[in-house]
Design a protein. Structure first.
Length: 347
């Protein structure tokens, strides 16, 4: 029977703990589960709530910090110093696993020892409502080469995982290390890529593996567009730094790919500020400066000229003209596509 160590960090989320811990301890047949709840100096009754849960189930251990260590240090404490099962899970106190999530993930990881972590689809639900019904009958799994999966993340310049749906192979996690303290908002993106640099990646198809609660205090909602771009850029740069041995041959290509994409995204956000009449709220000049710093050849990007057109029109008129401009651009794109199609057919 596979063993899973589940780390549940908690800061002022004591009222969510019964649901979160309960989703791990029940509905996961065929898995030997242990849970560590780490209360990071909460000011509510989180520590008492965790202690009550542990008193009723000897599979639960509680650690209570006297001073706040911060979320990344708390994650690493649980994953690197405590977790000793075959597999490890990081589950926020406000999220929960779906029935059978650990059973399905362990089956994939048991069958494929080359896989360093597996994930599936996360169900997002809005607080305070209940999550929608989860899909628990999957359509098998896919196993992707880790370097290929990592390249897709560099190509997109964005993560594809929220976090609670991931089950990691503990031995691989211990090898590559935990969360990088330089990345308070994108440490998870960097960790998944670092794992993929040294192992393959498994995906559970057609099934919901976790429920991710969306509310005002989510870490992912608490910083601005420019800050998000800067943190994502640093995450990719840290990945290239920490995985230099594994990615030596791809390093230049991956760096160019992600910096170009991030520049494009910065300019796109700046352009959308004109479309929505929000240039007084969005740091357009800083986004343009970020784009130039990411990719010196920024004038070759279509999003750059789209932004220049909007700047020429101006922030007052642009929201009214946006539908006309987008229609014209779409028409030009269709014409170009048909022209290229005819060329390829030799017409």
């Amino acid at each position: 029977m596979s063993s899973v160590s589940v780390v549940i960090p908690c800061h002022n989320y004591g009222h969510f703990l019964p649901e979160s811990v309960g989703s791990v301890l029940t509905g996961q047949p065929g898995v030997d589960v242990r849970v560590l709840v780490i209360d990071d100096a909460s000011t509510d009754d989180s520590a008492r709530a965790a202690t009550r849960i542990a008193a009723g189930d000897n599979r639960v251990t509680v650690v209570a910090h006297s001073t706040n260590a911060g979320h990344l240090a708390t994650y690493n404490e649980g994953l690197l110093e405590w977790a000793d099962g075959d597999y490890a899970v990081l589950l926020s106190a406000d999220d929960r696993l779906t029935p059978g999530a650990l059973t399905r993930a362990c089956a994939l990881l048991d069958a494929h020892p080359e896989v360093g972590f597996s994930y599936g689809h996360p169900l997002q639900f809005t607080h305070p409502g209940p999550p929608p019904p989860a899909r628990t009958q999957g359509r098998g799994w896919s196993v992707w080469p880790g370097r290929w999966w990592l390249e897709q993340r560099f190509r997109a310049a964005h993560g594809c995982i929220t976090s609670p749906e991931v089950v990691m192979r503990t031995s691989v996690l211990q090898r590559v290390g935990g969360f990088d303290l330089r990345l308070p908002h994108t440490g998870d993106i960097e960790l998944w890529m670092r794992l993929a640099a040294y192992s393959d990646v498994g995906y559970l198809r057609g099934v919901d593996q976790a429920c991710y609660r969306v509310h005002a205090h989510n870490m992912s909602k608490s910083h601005d567009v420019l800050g998000d771009l800067m943190q994502r850029r640093l995450a990719y740069e840290v990945t290239l730094e920490r995985c230099a041995d594994a990615l030596a041959r791809q390093r230049g290509q991956l760096s160019d790919m992600v910096h170009r994409k991030l520049a494009w995204q910065a300019l796109w956000h700046a352009a959308r500020a004109y479309d929505r009449g929000r240039t007084d709220q969005v740091p357009v000049d800083e986004l343009v400066a970020f784009a130039r710093d990411c990719w010196p050849g920024v004038t070759a990007l279509g999003s750059y000229w789209g932004l220049r057109l909007r700047q020429h029109i101006g922030p007052v008129a642009m929201p009214y003209l946006q539908p006309l401009i987008l229609t014209a651009v779409a028409r030009k794109a269709r014409q170009w596509w048909w022209w290229r199609s005819w060329q390829r057919r030799g017409i």
